[in-house]
Ligand binder design. Structure first.
Ligand SMILES: CC(C)(COP(=O)(O)OP(=O)(O)OC[C@H]1O[C@@H](n2cnc3c(N)ncnc32)[C@H](O)[C@@H]1OP(=O)(O)O)[C@@H](O)C(=O)NCCC(=O)NCCS
Length: 332
């Protein structure tokens, strides 16, 4: 059997109602300013969940759009995979809450923890379920409510992240030998680097205690400069590997959709891959870094803007805490 086994049949995204600008963050008393944030990251605003907006509700809203566009009924979904680092509850998974919200009565559902690579990892697992014959239709979601786990007094992190959800429906390719679908994938990890970007407390190793609240160790901690270096290296490796595996070159790619962490990381990735910035999708300015949601939100945005059409060949690349990284080439 040869690829493609699966194709992306529909996409959707959802963000909270409230947009928070850089000036809004400075007004909260964080020692930062609009000019610094734009120059160092390219971010102008991000969305932050309010009352009644949960990871489940954002995920379900994005998924309903993706399912409608794919022409798929809730009962047709075999599996729901939700990439996230900020689930609504530590037990059970948010994926099962989404399953109930959508009425996907037949579906198996689970969360996948790969931080910002969450949607790419989930897509690769979903494709594998289809290739093995275990599923025909898989709902893949990347979603985050990072505002709940970010320290809003830490200027190193709180300026970067945003909330949102992106969803895609993967379906079995209708005929053998087609060219539409997932052409190649690549994923890697390196846990030796885990403490460069992590939540030290709140899990089984160091449960929530009065001390963890006092030293704020239940929030995201990040060594920004180190993360930046590894991000550039891993994203470069990712684009190379997915192109090699698809037996394509940069010239064959219509659009690069990278993880939206920082416009400088995106520019370095594009330069390494030999792809000019007019063929790179950037919306980090409007959404910030939405971690697992960033790539599927960018994909849905790119489709809405007409930058991904029938026949487009798209290179995806992501990098995140863990560290995890990965990539895929998909023809639409
Ligand atoms: C976080 C990041 C934007 C910081 O940018 P940077 O250019 O590395 O900046 P530095 O950390 O070296 O800090 C430079 C200066 O700006 C200051 N600074 C840091 N954050 C600031 C903020 N929000 N506002 C204003 N000044 C800030 C620092 O204190 C430092 O000041 P100093 O020179 O007086 O010591 C950048 O390192 C980055 O994007 N890293 C990757 C993060 C990421 O993508 N994480 C998610 C991975 S999926």
């Amino acid at each position: 059997m040869k690829r493609p086994f699966a194709y992306i049949a529909g996409t959707g995204h959802a963000v909270p109602k409230r947009a928070v600008t850089n000036a809004d963050i400075a007004a909260m008393g964080v020692e930062t300013n609009d000019e610094w944030i734009i120059e160092r990251t390219g971010i102008r605003q991000r969305y932050v969940a309010g009352e009644g907006e949960s990871l489940t509700s954002l995920s379900a809203d994005a998924a309903r759009q993706a399912m409608a566009r794919a022409g798929v009924q809730p009962g047709e979904i075999d599996t729901i995979i939700l990439g996230t680092a900020s689930p609504d509850h530590l037990l059970p998974s948010t994926a099962v809450e989404v399953q109930t919200a959508l009425g996907c009565t037949r579906a198996a559902a689970f969360d996948l923890a790969a931080a910002c690579s969450g949607w790419l990892y989930s897509t690769i697992v979903g494709e594998s379920l289809i290739a093995s014959g275990s599923a025909d239709t898989v709902l893949v979601i990347g979603a985050e409510k990072l505002s709940a786990i970010v320290d809003w007094t830490d200027r190193n992190t709180c300026i970067l992240f945003g909330d949102g959800a992106g969803a895609t429906v993967l379906r079995r390719t209708p005929q053998r030998g087609g060219t539409k679908g997932i052409l190649s994938t690549y994923m890697r990890s390196d846990g030796a680097l885990a403490e460069l970007l992590w939540r030290p407390a709140g899990g089984g190793a160091k449960p929530f205690t009065p001390e963890s609240y006092a030293d704020r160790s239940h929030y995201i901690h990040m060594a920004g400069r180190e993360v930046f270096k590894h991000a550039v290296r891993s994203m470069a490796e990712s684009t190379d590997r997915a192109l090699d595996a698809a037996r394509l070159t940069a010239a064959d790619i219509d659009l690069l959709i990278p993880h939206q962490a920082n416009v400088r990381i995106i520019e370095a990735t594009a330069k390494h891959a030999g792809i000019s910035m007019d063929k790179v999708f950037v919306n980090v300015d409007r959404f910030g870094n939405t971690s697992a949601a960033s790539v599927p939100i960018a994909l849905n945005d790119a489709i809405a803007q007409g930058r991904v059409r029938e026949g487009s060949t798209v290179l995806f690349a992501a990098f995140g805490a863990g560290f995890t990284w990965g990539s895929a080439v998909v023809r639409f």
